[in-house]
Design a protein around this ligand. Structure first.
Ligand SMILES: [Zn+2]
Ligand SMILES: [Zn+2]
Length: 286
């Protein structure tokens, strides 16, 4: 980068930080915002990005390719990443984020996930072969990345925002998350197939407002949904029948080539729950 543009960048970054700093204070006492950065089962073109959501300005929920749209300043403000599971469409940007902004941050980027997921990330991603182990860079004492295990059912508070790990049923160890602002909760299933323990927990949430649930396959591919432990519309209808309270339902993780067909089938099978397709850049307020 030329010195001039670097200086210009710094100026913008400083102004944005100040603005975001003020907004953060505002958020703590008022609204928690969740913005969808990616919610597709694949990539392609200007609108398809894999799973990632930005909470206020400092937390990511999964770090799929959607996180790549954040600016350098926005990336540098991320302090925590809650990861549902180790599949690439949910963690693809994690190595790049820590590599891009880790050295300039005063604190490590904290990755929260169930212990099995953290073990997989250590063994198969941050293993010096696919990517350097940033939990030891530049040294173990001053590492740019920190892994923080969370157990299913455990709640972690980040400021006033509470994250509770929920059970998921997928081909690798997985979790969903409840995000509770104190006024309202949003639940994200992560990747999952049919899963009764999940609904037991969700039905206990008194302030549930939004439910984001996956439907990765169309009904024709039910067999694939079953063996890869995802949902198809017929399975989704069975699952939503287990929800006892009211919530706005949003569908995520649609396969790019089957979006229209799958949404039509969802309407046919689960229309009574009024599910809507989750949109990129959609913002939820809690
Ligand atoms: Zn998955
Ligand atoms: Zn996935």
């Amino acid at each position: 980068m030329a010195p001039q543009s670097a200086a210009g960048g710094l100026g913008r970054s400083y102004r944005l930080r100040r603005k975001i700093g003020r907004r953060k204070l505002h958020d703590v006492s008022h609204l928690v915002k969740l913005k969808v950065l990616g919610c597709s089962g694949g990539i392609g073109g200007r609108y398809l990005r894999t799973t990632s959501m930005l909470i206020d300005n400092d937390i990511l929920l999964d770090a799929g390719t959607g996180a790549a749209d954040l600016s350098l300043t926005e990336l540098s403000l991320i302090d925590h990443v809650f990861v549902t599971h180790s599949h690439l469409d949910h963690v693809a940007c994690l190595p790049f984020i820590v590599d891009t902004v880790g050295a300039g941050r005063s604190a490590p980027l904290v990755v929260h996930a169930i212990p099995e997921t953290l073990d997989i990330l250590s063994e198969h991603l941050f293993n010096w072969k696919i990517w350097p182990d940033f939990t030891k860079i530049p040294s173990a004492e001053r590492a740019q990345l920190r892994f923080e295990p969370i157990a299913i059912g455990e709640t972690v508070s980040v400021g006033t925002r509470k994250f509770t790990a929920l059970p998921a049923n997928h081909v690798v160890p997985s979790a969903g998350y409840q995000i509770d602002s104190g006024r309202a909760s949003l639940v994200f299933t992560g990747d999952t197939t049919t899963n009764d323990p999940f609904w037991v927990e969700v039905n206990r949430i008194a302030n549930l407002k939004y439910l984001i649930i996956e439907t990765a396959f169309c009904n024709r591919e039910r067999h694939l949904a079953e063996i890869s432990k995802h949902l198809c519309p017929a399975m989704l209808a069975d699952e939503l029948g287990k929800l006892s309270g009211n919530a706005e339902i949003y569908i995520t993780h649609l396969k790019p080539s089957e979006i229209e067909l799958t949404m039509r089938e969802i309407e046919e099978y689960a229309g009574q729950y009024r599910p809507r397709m989750l949109q990129n850049n959609q913002v939820f307020e809690l």
